[in-house]
Ligand binder design. Structure first.
Ligand code: FES
Length: 117
C-alpha cells in the first residue's frame, strides 16, 4: 500500500486485481509474487494515484494461472498474463487498458438506484 499526502476524493469506479501470491516453491511452480507482482502492484497504484484515475489496486491470492504470471485482471475488462515480463512497456500497456476502462465507465449513465423492470 502506498502512503502519501494525497487521498483520493472520489470512490473508485473499478478495481484492478493483482495476484501477489508468493509460493515457497515446494512444488517448483513459479508464483506471481516471486516474479515481481508486488512491485508491479505498487507501481500501478502510484501511476493510478498520480493520474487520479478512479480505480483501485486489490492485491489478491493465486488466480490459478501461475505458469503465465504475473497475472492481473481489470474489473469488467482485460486480463493480463505477463509471462514474467514486467517491463515498462508492459506496465504502460496495462495503464492504457486501465485508462480506457476508466473512460468507458465515466461514459456510462449514472446509477441512480432505480430498479429496471
Ligand atoms: S501465483 Fe499468481 S496465479 Fe498463481
Amino acid at each position: 500500500m502506498i502512503e502519501g499526502d494525497w487521498i483520493p476524493t472520489t470512490k473508485p469506479l473499478f478495481t484492478v486485481r493483482v495476484c501477489i501470491n508468493k509460493r515457497l516453491n515446494t512444488d517448483r511452480l513459479p508464483s506471481c509474487g516471486g516474479r515481481g507482482s508486488r512491485g508491479l502492484a505498487d507501481a500501478l497504484e502510484r501511476m493510478i494515484l498520480a493520474e487520479r484515475i478512479p480505480a483501485s489496486i486489490t492485491r489478491g491470492p493465486c488466480m490459478n494461472n501461475c505458469l503465465h504470471g504475473p497475472n492481473l485482471k481489470i474489473q469488467g475488462a482485460d486480463y493480463f498474463n505477463l509471462e514474467g515480463d514486467i517491463s515498462d512497456v508492459r506496465i504502460e500497456e496495462i495503464m492504457v487498458a486501465i485508462r480506457a476502462e476508466a473512460e468507458r465507465r465515466k461514459s456510462l449513465p449514472a446509477d441512480d438506484g432505480a430498479v429496471v423492470p
